[in-house]
Design a protein around this ligand. Structure first.
Ligand code: P70
Length: 472
């Protein structure tokens, strides 16, 4: 019998776009405001997008942190979360998920990523120690310094160059690392902090070859490797695309191998893990885990819930499994970011390339060359974009970089960026179109955007709560 369907003409090649591997079951209305309203709102917020009320925001690209849409499976898990104070079933489900997906046996649950960073820094860093890392992250560096350590940037130079097209801009420069070990001695370096898909570099990945080489070098010197595995799924996707030998491996397999080159990890579950709150520290060494749990009970909660409720742990356990269940999930996630990025590239807007995993990073220095660095070009650009369109982004430049502890001067980062971060499973392609149109409009009228100065500058992590006013 002839097959009724499925016989295709010889040589025909089908090409298909990716589409999200889910459909929408619940929606939340959003509201567009008038320009007059937005001018008043941003002034009220001291020109800091962190201080806007979300009801005044149309498309919220402040962060991909805690802003994901949970699946029906996760919501169902919320209902059966075990709220026992000790030994909850949901805790053991979480332990199982972390072990299966990341491969770490010791789990220390926390309320979010920075709590895990706090505990890790306190158990490992002594006064006067050095902690190398592939570019700083704000909260990570804060906790390293708070514990008496000094952060040393050992990322490759290309990461600081917005025009470099290096496929793995998150890589560690092994020569810089070797030089640090020679200069200060391995006993002054408790661990290296390796961030997957480096946030401040624009969501740029680390290659598997580099992870392996870093692990080997560190272990020769007795230095631990601690992964910031907050966005490892995105990193796994880029490895699959760009590191040939991984093309046929699943995201789940690549994830596991990334983690194999580490002794533990801190994770903000508000990103990859598809939940609105949560995080964890995961370790291999039971002795270290014991020390971590001693701090956990003091700062977070009992060791079988840390900083989370039973339902949070249940939704998290399911989110962890979901993020690697199919490769289509991350393909659609990174694909959407790339879609927005490509639209801006086509329009000639200067952005960090290659397009990153969790967002598109506008090069504010190039867009607003008339604003001096100490008048905060990226802060001004984020405010102007909000006023133009109701789209909310985040400054990732000199305000985020803070001041040098010794001299009191601003740290002047090479990258002066506005991050448009895409929440997972939340916005549609049409939202990306509107965002691109809004950015293009601001860039075309960039001469109208002026600089800012502080009216309030917090001492640490100043970007969160700082207030500004326009100059002139
Ligand atoms: C963001 C969020 C959080 C984060 C991260 C990496 C690579 C740790 C954490 C901390 C939230 C944020 C935090 C500081 C400044 C701005 C925004 N990143 N490691 O939007 O985790 O927030 O759960 O404590 O990206 O990028 P948590």
């Amino acid at each position: 019998m002839r097959q009724w369907y499925g016989v295709r003409a010889k040589g025909s090649r089908m090409t298909r776009s990716w589409a999200e591997p889910w459909k929408i079951k619940v929606v939340e209305p959003i509201r567009m405001t008038t320009k007059q309203e937005r001018i008043a709102a941003i002034a009220e917020a001291g020109y800091n997008t962190f201080l806007l009320r979300s009801e005044d925001v149309y498309i919220d690209l402040l962060t991909d942190s805690g802003t994901s849409a949970m699946s029906d499976q996760q919501w169902a898990g919320m209902m059966i979360g075990d709220e026992a104070y000790a030994g909850a079933k949901s805790y053991y489900n979480l332990v199982g998920a972390v072990e299966d997906v990341y491969g770490y046996e010791e789990l220390i649950p926390t309320h979010q990523g920075r709590a895990a960073e706090h505990i890790l820094s306190q158990i490992l860093i002594k006064d006067g120690d050095y902690v190398p890392g592939n570019m700083y992250f704000t909260t990570t560096r804060f906790h390293q310094e708070y514990a008496g350590g000094k952060f040393v940037d050992v990322i490759i130079d290309e990461a600081h160059d917005p025009t470099s097209l290096h496929p793995f801009k998150g890589n560690i420069d092994l020569d810089k690392l070797r030089k640090l070990i020679d200069e200060v001695g391995a006993d002054k370096i408790p661990y290296i902090s390796v961030e997957s898909n480096v946030n401040m570099a624009g969501g740029q990945p680390v290659s598997m070859a580099n992870l392996k080489a870093t692990y080997e070098l560190c272990h020769q010197h007795g230095i631990l490797v601690m992964l910031d595995a907050t966005r490892t799924v995105d990193n796994a996707w880029f490895i699959k695309q760009r590191e040939e030998v991984y093309a046929d491996k699943s995201i789940a397999e690549i994830m596991r191998e990334i983690c194999d080159y580490s002794d533990g990890a801190t994770v903000s579950s508000k990103k990859d893990n598809l939940v609105n709150i949560g995080g964890f520290l995961a370790l291999r060494d039971p002795e270290l885990a014991k020390q971590a749990r001693a701090l956990l009970v003091a700062f977070e909660g009992l060791h079988t819930y840390g900083g989370m409720s039973g339902r949070d742990m249940e939704a998290l356990a399911r989110g962890i499994r979901e993020m690697v269940e199919t490769d289509d999930h991350v393909r659609a996630r990174v694909g959407q970011v790339e879609y927005l990025g490509n639209k801006l590239v086509e329009a000639g807007v200067p952005i960090i390339r290659p397009v990153g995993g969790h967002g598109v990073f506008l090069n504010a220095k190039a867009i607003l060359p008339h604003i001096p660095h100490d008048e905060f070009p990226a802060q001004a650009l984020a405010a102007a974009l909000y006023v133009e369109s109701g789209v909310r982004g985040m400054e990732r430049g000199i305000v985020s970089a803070g001041r040098n502890k010794v001299t009191g001067n601003h740290n002047y980062p090479k990258l002066e960026l506005v991050r448009l971060t895409i929440p997972r499973r939340v916005y549609t392609q049409a939202h990306m179109d509107v965002t691109a149109e809004s950015v293009i409009e601001v860039v075309e009228n960039s001469a109208a955007v002026g600089g800012l100065r502080f009216t309030y500058e917090p001492e640490s992590l100043r970007f969160f709560q700082a207030r500004f006013e326009p100059i002139g």
